[in-house]
Design a protein around this ligand. Structure first.
Ligand SMILES: [Zn+2]
Length: 423
């Protein structure tokens, strides 16, 4: 209870500090000490960014602001596109009740989903969305676990300017074989796995499940391939991918095992989530097919909080192999636990550390959090870049993120769609 009170106080303090987003985005000139281009891996000194109607109009050497424009002086900082986390669960928070291991973590998820209303999940999502934005995440892909479509209402509330948060691509309900990811269900109450999961076992149910998600506001489809002894088959995955594609949507596949990851890759999904134990052969297949690895690469701290301590070393080893293979990677965290003194955003951005441990150079880490993530999301023309015409999602740090990725953990300015969220 004390923890909840402190957390609420923190959220209120943050709200007072930054205020709610203004209704109209003003014309702004941002003077950047260095403007970082993640795609090129370069930084240009003394640049100005002209922002109008929430978009970048022009970028060039320092210049006078047009009359009436607001000037933001970041001439002592590095400015770059807002960050992306492509594996969030903003409407879920779980704390282990003792024990450890993957099964215990899933029991904690089951307990949260049974005991908490969708309204509470949406409010929780609003708090987490604000915390993500404050840490520099201007776009997230939210991959389900949001009760009965709390994620759709969260996305719409942010789009309509009621509350502050990142641009959200949400998955709606996670489509999975009977039982979803829950192993602790009992035969008298199998329905307790819903609405958290949307059970689909036959091709007809799969098509209907995709359609249901599209109807209720999903922007991508998330499936679980291998969390029960009965896996989706390659044919099942193809059915789901084809139905999603008909609605213009991509599929993200939860695959904890190598067998699952191989099925998802052969079935043609856009991204494979976790793939903790993916073999080098599977990673090579993913590379050939242009399938993204979203490794949700737990820091040691995150692994410990989820009762999965051994997963940190596992993901670092898998990341090293993924790096050697050259599989496309988008930054995704899977943070779903609270921690005293941290926010959802600070916990997520700390995952930079795992990629550093696996030997990724700083420019590669910045790319997986911006341009590459945007490519997975299909937003590459719109976000993850500071090219004229793109949405004005800008962040700044006192350090150069091309030399030391730790600078990404010290973001001190956030603008989203041309509105300053964190001055
Ligand atoms: Zn997840």
């Amino acid at each position: 209870m004390a923890c909840r009170r402190r957390r609420a106080a923190r959220v209120l303090a943050l709200a007072a500090l930054v205020g709610l987003p203004a209704q109209a985005a003003p014309t702004v000139v941002v003077h950047a000490g260095w403007l970082v281009d993640p795609a090129a891996g370069t930084a240009s000194a003394n640049q100005s960014v002209l922002v109008e109607d929430g978009r970048i109009r022009s970028v060039g050497p320092h210049r006078q602001a047009p009359p009436g424009a607001t000037v933001i002086d970041l001439s002592n900082r590095y400015v770059f596109p807002g960050l992306m986390d492509v594996h969030t669960h903003l409407c879920l928070s779980v704390k282990l009740q003792g024990g450890h291991g993957y099964a215990e973590a899933l029991k904690a998820v089951l307990s949260a989903t049974v005991l908490e209303t969708t309204a509470r999940r949406a409010l929780m999502g609003a708090a987490h969305a604000r915390e993500m934005l404050a840490a520099g995440f201007t776009t997230v892909r939210d991959v389900g676990n949001a009760g009965n479509y709390a994620d759709t209402d969260l996305r719409k509330s942010i789009e309509e300017g009621w509350i502050a948060g990142p641009t959200i691509l949400n998955a709606g309900r996670i489509i999975a074989p009977l039982g979803g990811q829950f192993h602790a269900l009992q035969p008298e109450r199998p329905e307790l796995g819903e609405p958290e999961y949307l059970y689909a076992d036959t091709p007809e149910e799969m098509r209907r499940a995709v359609r249901k998600n599209v109807l209720f506001g999903a922007k991508l489809i998330k499936i679980v391939v291998d969390d029960q002894p009965y896996l989706y088959s390659v044919e099942d995955v193809r059915t789901l991918v084809a139905e999603a594609a008909r609605a213009g949507m991509k599929v993200a596949a939860h695959c904890a095992t190598d067998a699952g990851a191989r099925i998802a890759a052969e079935g043609g999904v856009a991204s494979i989530e976790h793939a903790y134990d993916a073999s080098t052969e599977t990673l090579e297949l993913m590379k050939r097919k242009g399938i993204f690895l979203v490794g949700t690469d737990y820091t040691q701290t995150a692994a410990h909080e989820m009762g999965m301590d051994d997963y940190h070393a596992r993901v670092v080893a898998r990341l090293k192999r993924a790096r050697a293979v050259g599989v496309p990677i988008a930054f995704g965290t899977d943070v779903l636990f609270p921690m005293e003194g941290e926010t959802r955003g600070s916990l997520a951005v700390a995952f930079v550390e795992t990629y550093q441990e696996a030997g990724f150079p700083a420019p590669a880490i910045l790319r997986m959090m911006t341009v590459d993530a945007a490519r997975l999301l299909g937003l590459e023309k719109e976000r993850g870049t500071l090219q004229p015409g793109a949405a004005a999602d800008l962040v700044a740090s006192d350090g150069n993120p091309l030399l030391d990725a730790s600078a990404l953990r010290r973001i001190s300015f956030v603008m989203k769609d041309g509105r300053v969220f964190r001055p």
